[in-house]
Design a protein around this ligand. Sequence first.
Ligand SMILES: *Cc1c(COP(=O)(O)O)cnc(C)c1O
Length: 403
Amino acid sequence: MSSALPAVLGGHPAFAEGLPLVRPTLADPTSIARRIADQLASGVLTNGPTVRELEQRVAERLGVTDAVAVSSCTAGLMLTYQALGVTSEHRVVLPSFTFSASAHAPTWAGAHVDFCEVTDERGSLDVADLAARLDEPWPVGAVSATHLYGHPAEVERIDALAAERGVPVVYDAAHALGSERSSQPIGGFGTAEVFSLSPTKVVVAGEGGLVTTNHADLAAAIRLGRDYGNPGSYDCLFPGLNARMSELHAAVALASLAQLDANLERRQALVDAYVSALESLPGLRVIAQREGDRSTHKDLTMDIDEAEYGLSATDLVRALAAEGIDCRRYYAPPIHRQEAYRNRRRDDRALPVTDSLADRVLTPPLWSHLPQSAVERVAESIALVHEHAPRVAAALQARRGDR
Ligand SMILES: *Cc1c(COP(=O)(O)O)cnc(C)c1O
């Protein structure tokens, strides 16, 4: 037993200066600034040669015929569903245990969302439940799965099942630029995969996204769609968006992409450090990718067994906040529990695995240049809170009672 107390019981906070959940890693801001200065001088500020270069690099790296840069992953998903002809006559089957934008995009396309279960082990789309839903009569416009935390979804089974039913698959690959399924880069699975370059992701543009596909017609439709649906004549073919990527964002993304492999190595080392520092504690399990797969570890998420650890995930978040450690609970509430979707569901079938996992998850800080010593200090805090779990629970309970 250590003599120190957790901050929530009056001890000294582990990170008095605060430890943020995530920070973007950009190694050489000066060279990015130089490139942006050149762009400003050239007068080409959007959808120009830097965007082309980014698209080409990404297509090469991921081994796909087309990469289309867009202003965000959400916009990329919206345009993809539109281009696939998904409308209000369709439902899109997707998990609820993911980020809200996975469901917002088909909803903007007019479709209904049909929330599917995930696996208890890693929150990955449950293929058996997907199969059962595809057997139901209402037309399915598309299936979507998320490569959650960068851990590849069960792409072979999902793609085979969808192909059998003639349904397109749109992967939400927001977390997965750099992930690999058995040495195959994420990017070429399904009908399309859609990545995010927003600041909390591993490759960042500031704001941005990428749609990758091996279907040239789909890529062409998304290129049109990101530009209002305007083929150049101002006689728009369909109501598109302005979802172009600016040259400035593409410059940031290219610099970030160049660091990707180095950052993935660092993240794997940090995850390994978290795992080895936490493995002796009861009731804590780091959710891992399948063996043989490569994950970006966009997030490290732990599954907390309240009975074993001594506190719920929610209480542990509070106890760690007192230490100055910023944690989240990805993904709680799951989408089907969010206000926006309460009245939009096709049915009110229970999602017990999703609900249970959402109650148990905790995501501590992880970013590519996070020092390993910080990981060790976070793990020490988690151990200290566990040591004092009954008193911490009582203190948090009393605080809730005060309010
Ligand atoms: C971040 C994220 C998105 C949205 O990405 P934007 O680029 O911010 O639109 C979509 N899906 C998942 C799973 C995400 O984490």
